[in-house]
Design a protein around this ligand. Structure first.
Ligand code: ADP
Ligand code: MG
Length: 350
């Protein structure tokens, strides 16, 4: 386990001003777009609120625009259009060092010629923090990441996992309110990666700092995050708490990307929604009938969920004493029963 000190960043004990603004998102992306070549939008139109104190993960396949989004937040890339607002103030044109965010990347990026202690002290040195206070803070940050006693070593004398902990200590030592991480565990072996996931989540919980984390690994995202934003092709497909991603994927892309799911073509025959079950009869194209649990019904044309309407119809039917029901997809299209390919079971959690 990592060991946070009893009192650490300001975010853990907000000032009066921060408390007043507690309901406000910490960061807002408003209509943000990005193109590198003037033609293709790698970030299409991003409206994203980052809540104070949350662990938000940007999840998506390679090339979906996650790093570009994080780099715009960090200030290393400028949006082509739109604004990024921090605590109500636009920071779109604020240089990275004036944003005061902690950052951790995949390749550690430690100074090889500086000791571990000097590496961690670096953000304090550039902020001209007094020597004695630097020493205290460095010792505390190294304790948090379980590297007590390692301050004199060079990065080359540490394992990959230890080097990544140094990078984490360096990102936290100046007590930022926001820490940005881009695939920080990508270079570690599986066992260490999973161990560090738990430690990061634990540290986040105890410090109360806002984390924005980029990964293409859905298991990693679901293990650690409060909320996940699923990216595809430069756009957020869904932003939600982890459970909702499983239970109610917003479209086929999310259903396919999160967990293991199987899509079947069929016709919704009846729903049996009551307090104890959430079942649905489905007639497959070969005539077999199966009973699905936690079924997400989508319109074939729009790929939009229609399950809520189906439930509502069911309740109304119950009240009116009607027996069977018809899915809203059927009712809506007025066609012979023809809902979209329908995932019939909720993805199994791993
Ligand atoms: P992700 O982090 O999700 O893998 P990126 O944000 O790195 O995605 O990339 C999104 C798209 O932008 C990709 O098509 C990538 O090739 C392109 N891209 C990223 N950085 C640059 C750059 N500096 N110049 C030109 N194209 C870039
Ligand atoms: Mg990336």
């Amino acid at each position: 386990m990592l060991h946070p000190p009893t009192s650490f960043p300001a975010a853990a004990s907000p000032s009066a001003g921060q408390e007043a603004a507690a309901g406000e998102p910490l960061v807002r992306f408003r209509g943000v777009q990005k193109t590198y070549d003037g033609v293709h939008l790698v970030v299409q139109h991003l409206d994203l609120d980052i809540r104070r104190g949350e662990f938000l993960t940007l999840l998506g396949p390679s090339g979906s625009g996650k790093t570009t989004t994080l780099m715009m937040l960090a200030g290393f890339e400028s949006p082509t259009a739109g604004d990024i607002v921090l605590e109500g103030r636009p920071i779109t044109r604020t240089p990275p060092h004036k944003r005061h965010f902690g950052m951790v990347f995949q390749n550690y990026a430690l100074f090889p010629h500086l000791s571990v202690g000097r590496n961690v002290a670096y953000p304090l040195t550039v902020r001209k923090v007094a020597k004695a206070e630097q020493e205290q803070r460095v010792a505390r940050a190294l304790g948090m990441v379980r590297l007590d006693g390692m301050a004199e070593r060079l990065p080359s004398q540490l394992s990959g996992g230890q080097q990544q902990r140094v990078a984490l200590a360096r990102a936290l030592v100046f007590e930022p309110q926001l820490v940005l991480m881009d695939e920080p565990l990508g270079a570690l072996d599986k066992q260490l990666r999973e161990h560090m996931q738990i430690e990061l989540k634990d540290l986040h919980r105890q410090l109360g700092v806002t984390f924005v984390y980029v990964t293409h690994d859905q298991g990693e995202a679901l293990t650690m995050s409060d909320r996940v934003a699923v990216f595809n092709d430069g756009a957020i497909q869904q932003i939600d708490v982890v459970d909702r991603m499983y239970e109610a994927p917003a479209n086929r892309f999310v259903a396919g990307f999160i967990g293991d799911s199987t899509a079947l073509k069929g016709t919704v025959r009846a729903t049996h929604v009551d307090d104890s079950s959430d079942r649905c009869g489905i007639v497959l194209t070969d005539g077999r009938v199966i009973s699905g649990v936690n079924v997400n019904i989508r319109d074939r044309e729009t790929d939009k969920p229609v399950v809520k309407k189906a439930k509502k119809d069911q309740k109304q039917d119950k009240r009116s004493g009607a027996g069977g029901t018809q899915s809203s997809a059927d009712t809506k299209t007025g066609a012979a029963p023809a809902p979209a390919p329908t995932p019939v079971e909720a993805p199994k959690k791993q």
